[in-house]
Design a protein around this ligand. Structure first.
Ligand SMILES: Cc1ncc(COP(=O)(O)O)c(C=O)c1O
Length: 412
């Protein structure tokens, strides 16, 4: 007989804590104190942010790196730098954090949602191709959870229609696509350093590009519309203060020292976990594509097929949590179902409304996203992947235990 589930009063598979996040120590303290004592707390005076920009860009094989206040601002700056604005359409996936699409609105352009692939949760190039109109100016693929999107196919569509590609790599620090790091495969790429990300300074972001002109535009926009050779009170274009501060730069430099080891650990554990969990009926880990040479595993993403597994997602997550493994349902509705889009609650931004009176997100339907959002998507935080092989075995054991007891769970 299967061992009693913890939710029914049995012994949990796991009571020991998993690694917590963030991880920090003396190096963060040393760097922070150095920045503090230097008296140079702003990016324009200090050297921490500049050092980090160099290191991060170089590692991602990008010519330019520009640190900014967060990933949301990074996307908006990238769009504006590429000359995208009112009346322009930008193709985005609906299975993503708000910012991928809201930053498009904040750039005064129109997000157009193209469905994702069921197996990878990444934007489907066929859906992108079908969404292109004469107004399309850009595509923002998201490397969901750290799995690189199909960049060859996306760049091919971009070339055919003369579109800008901005990689939303906010989950994908250090991810590899055919041996190249993500972030500078497209014309621009953005990363976030918000607390839950694989590289973390509480808040923060960076824009990468190999294009000198785009880099110059981004620099001006993030620095109040100034130009590099201009004076302090010389403002040439609309911009703002989106500069990252030196304390965050200090933390990022310290975190960077740990990054490569952590990335390798996540990759190794994530691969192992995916392989083991895939043996359980109805558990479908995000499919790793042949082009993925490193998965960043900011999220371990999987689907539960309720009719095969035997219970629905919410019942499963509750039972799993009682066993000591806390999963999440993630993006539980497609992004276009948010009131923001259904009501075109765009505040001062005209977005597409001036040129597209027919704009109505209530008509948008992306069936694969609906399946994953509404019923199948499950995530585990990346900190789980920072554990040991034994930790991974405990996660597998908890999944197996819930499966073995599925008939005893209500909602079966
Ligand atoms: C896919 C994705 N894009 C964009 C962002 C925005 O980043 P930030 O929270 O730093 O503004 C996030 C992070 O929250 C994200 O997960």
């Amino acid at each position: 007989m299967a061992e009693k589930l913890a939710i029914h009063g049995g012994k949990p598979v796991r009571t020991e804590p998993f690694p917590s996040w963030p991880i920090f120590g003396k190096e963060e303290e040393r760097r922070l104190i150095r920045a503090l004592r230097s008296g140079n707390w702003g990016k324009l005076q200090g050297d921490q942010v500049a050092e980090f920009e160099r290191r991060f860009a170089q590692y991602h094989q990008a010519k330019h790196g520009l640190a900014v206040v967060n990933g949301t601002a990074a996307i908006r700056i990238a769009l504006v730098a590429a000359g995208i604005g009112a009346g322009d359409e930008v193709i985005v996936p609906p299975y993503t954090f708000l910012a991928t699409a809201s930053a498009v609105v904040e750039a005064n352009a129109t997000p157009v949602f193209a469905d994702i692939e069921l197996e990878t949760s990444n934007i489907d190039p066929r859906a992108v191709d079908a969404a292109v109109t004469p107004r399309t100016r850009a595509i923002i693929p998201v490397h969901l959870g750290g799995l690189p999107a199909d960049m060859d196919a996306i760049m091919e569509i971009a070339r055919a229609h003369n579109l800008i590609v901005i990689e939303d790599a906010c989950h994908a620090h250090g991810a590899g696509y055919k041996g190249q790091r993500v972030g500078a495969i497209g014309h621009l790429g953005v990363f976030s350093f918000q607390s839950s990300k694989n590289l973390n300074s509480g808040e923060g972001g960076i824009i990468l590009t190999n294009d000198d002109q785009l880099a110059g535009n981004c620099w001006s926009i993030h620095n109040c519309g100034r130009v590099p050779e201009g004076a302090w009170y010389d403002h040439h274009t609309i911009g703002g203060n989106y500069r990252l501060g030196e304390f965050q730069g200090a933390v990022l430099n310290a975190q960077w020292e740990r990054f490569e080891n952590q990335a390798e650990t996540r990759e190794e554990n994530g691969r192992y976990l995916a392989e083991r969990l895939a043996r359980i009926p109805g558990i479908l880990p995000q499919k790793r594509t042949a082009d993925c040479t490193r998965h960043a595993y900011n999220l371990f993403s999987l689907r539960i097929a309720p009719e095969v597994f035997g219970v629905g997602r919410e019942v499963f997550l509750e039972a799993l949590s009682a066993e000591g493994i806390v999963g999440m349902a993630g993006y539980v509705i497609p992004l276009y179902r948010q009131p923001l889009f259904e009501n075109l609650a765009f505040g001062p931004y005209t977005a597409g409304r001036s040129t597209q009176p027919e704009l109505d997100y209530r008509q948008t339907q992306c069936p694969n996203c609906e399946t994953i959002s509404n019923t199948q998507g499950v995530w585990l935080e990346h900190r789980y992947m920072l554990g040991t092989r034994g930790d991974m075995d405990d996660i597998v054991a908890a999944f197996e235990k819930v499966h073995e007891n599925r008939d005893r769970l209500s909602g079966a």
